[in-house]
Design a protein. Structure first.
Lengths: 131, 276
């Protein structure tokens, strides 16, 4: 579900405000996608996420990539233009989470997993996947 | 640290005693949140790490050390945020009622850095060198990234390799030493973590590694327990905290928590003559 923020706010403005990053600094070299440890299974590659924001394409909020990003900061370290894509991904996640659409339902995690998973896994997952 | 990574904490306490490092646990610590909040307007999630730094300040100390890579990263990123942005610090200080104001003077240091800088790896009193054991360090993400909080070169760290070499182990380098293990996806995208675990461990195994050494309880769970689903693809690879091998090489008696791992490292350590 794509949240309607406001008719007169562009996605670019919203993401820049939340992330503090300059989206047009990106010149699409693709280094973020090349180094992303999860990039190969993403439906929209990391550099394409930026591309869609530049194009004010709100459908980027429907892609799986923003939830697959695990905030490992690899892209942030390697970006030659100092665009921290980790923060951009977080901004996109928050646009969804702040409309109260949780990505993980705690009640749906099976009992066996809950008993086995360490607290650090559960806390970090809920911090990233729930509002 | 208090539950599933108890062996990490226990061995650190024993090692510290043996090295003459006096560690004081914060009497009122709280969970740091485990992941640093990345949004510019989300100060509420910065309160948890900053509150811990206030506890350090209240005790009259200026340095806090952490074991967990995630705690290290969250505390240090929050610390840098408020040090570089006095306006945000002021806003957070005025929000918190019962605590004293955070002054921004606390230093966050990871235990590996503390060992290197305060003791020196070359000065460790190694009694039982890890001779014949081929170990690879696995750094993962949060000791190294983002660059501002990195404890070493973020693209080619050596600190853990230096420690292991000082303990007498044969250390091999491998390209996946800083690759993300999939982190918290272990809850809802288990298959992603299994795939990352396979890449990291098979890369280590191909280079002759017998044990993988790390510093993060979540990486430990992922690389160790997720091997359950990789039994057909991968020979079992023991995963250990660096403090366990340190304790072993310092000749410390007592329970080093080897039996808390899914892949039991004891047969390997016995074979190498490192355990009786």
């Amino acid at each position: 579900m794509i949240p309607k923020i406001s008719e007169d706010t562009t996605l670019l403005e919203k993401v820049e405000e939340l992330s503090g990053e300059k989206i047009y600094s990106c010149h699409k070299c693709g280094k973020c996608s090349a180094g992303c440890p999860i990039g190969v299974i993403m439906d929209v590659r990391p550099h394409q996420v930026i591309e869609r924001i530049q194009a004010d394409d709100w459908s980027v909020l429907e892609c799986k990539s923003i939830w697959l990003c695990a905030s490992c900061f690899q892209c942030a370290v390697r970006c030659p233009k100092d665009v921290d894509l980790t923060k951009v991904m977080e901004a996109l996640r928050l646009l969804i989470l702040r409309t109260n659409v949780d990505q993980v339902q705690i009640s749906e995690i099976n009992k066996e997993d809950l008993e086995e998973l360490p607290p650090v896994a559960l806390v970090s997952n809920f911090r990233k996947s729930t509002g | 640290m208090k539950s599933t990574a108890k062996n990490f904490e226990d061995t650190t306490i024993e090692v510290s005693k043996a090295l003459g490092i006096e560690l004081l646990e914060l009497p009122r610590w709280n969970c740091c949140g485990t992941v640093y909040s990345l949004a510019s307007d989300d100060l509420i999630h910065q309160l948890a790490p900053i509150r811990n730094l206030i506890r350090v300040q209240e005790m009259g100390y200026d340095t806090v050390t952490t074991l967990c890579s995630m705690c290290y990263n969250t505390l240090e990123q929050a610390n840098q945020l408020v040090k570089n942005d006095p306006e945000k610090l002021e806003k957070m200080n005025s929000f918190m009622d019962s605590e004293e104001d955070y002054k921004g003077d606390v230093t966050v240091i990871h235990y590996l850095t503390l060992l290197k800088e305060e003791i020196g790896f070359e000065n460790l009193p190694v009694e039982h060198p890890l001779t014949g054991l081929t170990a690879v360090p696995y750094y993962g993400c949060l000791l190294l990234r983002p660059e501002e909080v990195s404890i070493d070169n973020p693209e080619n760290p050596t600190i853990m390799a230096e420690l292991l070499a000082a303990l007498g182990a044969h250390v091999v380098d491998h390209p996946y030493k800083l690759e993300c293990c999939g982190s918290y996806h272990t809850v809802d995208y288990k298959e992603v973590v299994c795939e990352k675990t396979y890449s990291i461990l098979s890369s280590a195994q191909n280079r002759g590694a017998e044990v993988v050494v790390l510093s993060c309880p979540l990486c430990e769970f992922n690389l160790d327990v997720r091997q359950k689903d990789l039994e057909k693809e991968l020979a079992p690879m023991p995963i250990l905290y660096f403090t366990q091998l340190l304790a072993l090489s310092l000749g410390l008696d007592g329970n080093l928590g080897f039996d808390s791992h899914y892949v039991n490292p004891e047969p390997l350590l016995r074979k190498k003559g490192l355990l009786r």
